[in-house]
Design a protein around this ligand. Structure first.
Ligand code: GUN
Length: 298
């Protein structure tokens, strides 16, 4: 059987191009550009890579990115002051504080300090709640990217059983909140599984669409997948690899080799959900920008 690879690179590139065009059009009318503040506390190597990728995407589409680096020793007070300043800055339309924050920082408190109208990560409880209620609000970028990737490839979702392994606030829970909505591209029956779920094998085998978001390399094996099911791999795990120049390679939560022999369409790692996350961050930032300029012109 030929495996259909759901190529997040191709789809995200198409989205970035269309966003770039949209930003140019708005610029011609308003002489204004969107601005995204990216805040990194400490120097977690994976976080540094993500932040660089986000800056690169901003440059590509025409979003001004403002880079803020804080040392953990500057403390939570410095981060709180920075967020207050960014909340009030009219040239900043999106604020992204890269997670995880170092020990000693109250992550939830920080998330809740970001003005919900600039919360392009979609992590503020106001946006989380609005999305659950089917109201306009920022959707978290990774689940939003999964949704758009499935939509681009016309993967049927309505009425299907989506089984999500992982209940994080960043992926599992918000993905369920998007796919369960009465909305085009959604209307799914959703099950969230986690470390305490009984009969995990039976649950995963009942999935029409299986989503792995647990952060365990190669967790999903072929026996867990119904033949022909769609498999979405959200995992980004670094595993040691002495043959690689960096000393590591990036693998997903799905054992791609065995699973791709039995499943239907599948997302690769890298090049699947990862690039989509960044494209959706750009999309949310442009949406925020448009809302803010509409407010000013009211
Ligand atoms: N850490 C892992 N994923 C994300 C994300 O989507 N946004 C932020 N801010 N931090 C993250």
């Amino acid at each position: 059987m030929v495996t259909t690879v759901l190529d997040g690179k191709v789809v995200s590139e198409a989205m970035l191009q269309s966003l770039a065009q949209h930003i140019r059009t708005i610029h011609l009318q308003t002489e204004r550009d969107p601005g995204l503040a990216v805040v990194l506390v400490g120097d977690n190597p994976a976080s540094r890579v993500y932040v660089e990728a986000k800056k690169k995407a901003c440059a590509k589409v025409g979003i001004n990115s403002f880079d803020y680096r804080l040392a953990p020793e500057e403390g939570e007070g410095a981060l709180i002051d920075l967020i207050s300043h960014l909340n009030a800055d009219p040239d900043i339309h999106g604020i992204l504080v890269q997670l995880p924050l170092p020990n000693g920082f109250d992550q939830q408190k920080i998330i809740e300090l970001i003005n919900p109208s600039k919360d392009v990560d979609g992590f503020h409880p106001m946006n989380v709640g609005r999305v659950w209620q089917g109201l306009p609000g920022f959707k978290s970028c990774t689940p939003y990217g999964v949704f758009e990737l499935l939509r681009y490839y016309d993967v049927p979702v309505e009425g299907k059983h989506v089984v999500i392994i992982g209940r994080s606030n960043i992926v599992g829970k918000p993905l369920a909140s998007i796919l369960v909505q009465r909305a085009a591209g959604a209307n799914a029956t959703v099950t969230i599984c986690h470390s305490k779920s009984e009969n995990l094998l039976k649950l995963t085998q009942s999935a029409d669409i299986l989503v792995a978001a647990i952060g365990v390399p190669g967790f999903v094996t072929a026996d867990m997948v119904r033949p022909g099911a769609v498999v979405v791999d959200v995992g980004i795990n670094r595993v040691e690899d002495s043959a690689a120049k960096s000393g590591y390679r990036v693998v997903g939560d799905v054992d791609f080799k065995s699973v791709s022999a039995v499943c239907g369409p599948i997302t690769p790692v890298p090049g699947g959900v990862g690039p989509m996350t960044i494209a959706m961050l750009m999309k949310n930032t442009v949406e925020s920008f448009e809302r803010h300029i509409a407010e000013v012109n009211k």
